[in-house]
Structure formats: C-alpha cells, structure tokens
Design a protein. Sequence first.
Length: 274
Amino acid sequence: ANIIFNKSLFIEPIWILRKFGLFKNLNLIYMHHGGSNAFKDFYMKNKFTKHRVKMIFDAFDKIICLFENEKSYPSDVKLEKLFFILNPLSFAPTDNLEIEKKENIVLSLGRITKAKGIDTLIKAWQNIEHDVKEWQLHIVGDGEDKLEFIKFVEQNNIPNIKFIDGTNDVEKFYEKAKIFIIPSVYEGFGLTITEAMSCKCCVISSKTDGGRRLITNNSNGLLFDIGDVEELSSCIFKTINDKSFRNKIANNGYASIEKFKIENLYQSWEHVII
C-alpha cells in the first residue's frame, strides 16, 4: 500500500512507529505543500520543529515538494528520497469562455483570515470604491476572521462588497469574475492562482513564494508587496480601468497554465507510487 501524509502532526508518530519496526511493507510518502527551501528556512529555523527534518527523511520512503527552490540543503535531507511534483489544476481549463461576457466582479476565494490578507484587500477596496461604482468585490469562503471583516465593512459603510459562504463548487465563481485577487501573507504554491488563470481571470497576487513563482509581473498577472494596501489599490484600479491591459493579462495567464494540466503531471507520480 501507498500512504500519503500531508500534515506535519504525523511526523513524530510515524517516526516512533517505524523505530518499533512497524509499516515495513508500506510505502510512506510525505507531501510538503511548498518549495524545498522549507526544510532549511521553515523547519530548521524554529527550535520546536528543526528535529522534524531528520525525522521526515528517516521515517518516510519518499518526500514530495511542489518545486525545488533550495541550493544548499541541511545534512539531514536525503536527496535520493526527494521528488518534485506540481499541483495539477482542479478542473479542466475553460476553452470556450468569453472574457467579454464576464461580469464586473473582483473575486477573492479561500480562507477568510488575516493570514490570507483579506484585511489588506478590504482596505484596498475602500480606497478606490468611489471610483469603481460599477464593480463588486466578492469574497468567497469561511474562516476565523470572517465576522470581524464583515463588521469592519458594515461599520465603515464600504459598498459593493459581498461575502459568500465557502463551497467546493468554486469554478462558477471564477467563470463570472474578470479579476481575481490572492492577497496572502504566505502562500507556498497558490492553487487558486492557476485555477483563476484557467478560467481567464486577470490575476493579482501578493509577492508570496507561490505568487512570484507563478506570475511574471505585468505579463500573465500582477504582483504587489505583501500587506501593501496602496499598491494593491493601484493594481485593482489599473486592471478595472484599462480593459485592453486586463484582457491581455487574462489571456497570457490562460496560456501559461498548460504545464498544470493533469494529463501533463500524472506520470510524475509513477516514480513515487509503487
């Protein structure tokens, strides 16, 4: 059997159980949802987690990262166990989707938390709302800060912001929106970026690892400094008011997601699954 783990809370228990000789006939796979620099720049920098690097490479047979972004690994990293496999698109790209028929919607989709930068997005919208009265900001998802953000919007009387409950049926939201924003403080990959591109949205992202890896600024998307309300306001205003620029970004984004199609990625798993 092959068992894939993607939560760090499993690391210590699996390491202990394997020390007792269990799971000898299983192929245990650990999947880290980010780049390979996490072993040094995430685990090793925290005294409470630095032991996990040795445990990961001792306890698991194979380790998957989304991409390689490290040149000098800690000594505990066993390169022969390390594989790199991108996240595939959640659904097939929408070839026949017409950008001109989309609605005047700016979309953000995911967990509604400060870690996802939703407070930055709301404040950026507040800056420009009087100049974009024909547009709406839709924030789709749930999270521990959602009620706080709703209250902030109500207290400050910010118009044209709609909060929508989270759902797994997300494709319909991308297909309606002309602009998609991911304002996260941290994002290892940014699956929603590729999802939005596959539905011909003009994507704006903060300069997280995922954002900078997936987007070439002003080519297939726009990038802004993490937490920079003014810069995000400027990006939104520009894409709303420059139709030809917005459509160019959306079309370039759509053209750049070919490598994330499932048919181009599934073979990578043949080297991992036994």
